[in-house]
Design a binder for this molecule. Structure first.
Ligand code: PEP
Length: 250
């Protein structure tokens, strides 16, 4: 049985005050969350606040990105070891906003994944197609390319107990969600692609859906056999909405 994971990606939002309030709200509501493992990924500078508020609460925290490099002259970068220093368990890698605005290639994302795992973090490996790619009918080819970049570089074992987030780019922050059937189809494709190399690894792999997931659609999505939770953007910024999504996995 795969335990569902619901992770909040707070992106570049919040202030010291609002983040304290959000962390307190999530912590207070955790009693109602029975099944899901819960994690939040605040902006880097607020990670110490997350550590202070969340230690011992059952909520994990992580970074929204991290460097491929381990230390040195890389201005503006944050190493996996630094995230670990502040108690992080997770790091999101390859979010479509990083791929698009920072031109991160499939290979760079795969190397970030390897760096995170090598250091002892649990990377959340994001994949997804653009609207144009979906309309061209190449969704599966795009997802396969993104996943194969990792498998080719580091082998299928690198996905053992791993986490992939399927985030159709056209559904991120747009209010438009993939239907549960559309999402399930791609999740099943991802699992089958991994299973073709190692069925056991595929069985244990958690595949999260991300893209305008909210309290109103979370239960239906998470009920699908290959959807093992969610990566939540906008709805993760309100404690009540985020908790409602976490409860959808109860
Ligand atoms: C995301 O950016 O990871 C995301 C899923 O955003 P939203 O939920 O706002 O679509």
């Amino acid at each position: 049985m795969r335990r569902p994971l619901v992770a909040g990606n707070w992106k570049m939002n919040g202030s010291r005050n609002s983040i304290e309030t959000l962390l307190e709200g999530i912590k207070r509501g955790m009693d109602s969350v029975q099944q899901a493992e819960v994690a939040v990924c605040p902006p880097f500078v607020y990670i110490p606040l997350a550590q202070k508020e969340l230690a011992g609460s059952g909520v994990a925290w992580g970074g929204q990105d991290m460097s491929i490099e381990s230390s040195g002259a890389f201005t503006g970068e944050t190493a996996a070891s630094m995230l670990l220093d502040f108690g992080c368990s997770y790091a999101i890698v390859g979010h479509s906003e990083r791929r698009e605005y920072h031109r991160e290639s499939d290979e760079q994302v795969a190397r970030k994944y390897m760096a995170a795992r090598g250091a002892g973090l649990k990377p959340i490996f994001c994949v997804g197609e653009t609207l144009e790619e979906r309309e061209q009918g190449i969704t599966e080819a795009v997802i396969a390319r993104q996943i194969d970049a990792l498998i080719d570089l580091d082998g299928v074992e690198s996905l053992r107990d791993g986490v992939i987030a399927y985030e159709p780019v056209w559904a991120i922050g747009t209010g438009e969600t993939a239907t549960p059937e559309q999402a399930q189809d791609v999740h099943a494709f991802i699992r089958a692609r991994v299973a073709a190399q190692n069925a056991d690894v595929a069985e244990g792999l958690r595949i999260l859906y991300g893209g305008s997931m909210k309290p109103g659609n979370a239960a239906e999505l998470i009920a699908k056999p290959d959807i093992d939770g969610g990566l939540i953007g906008g709805a993760a910024l309100k404690a009540e909405d985020f908790l409602a999504i976490c409860r959808a996995a109860n």
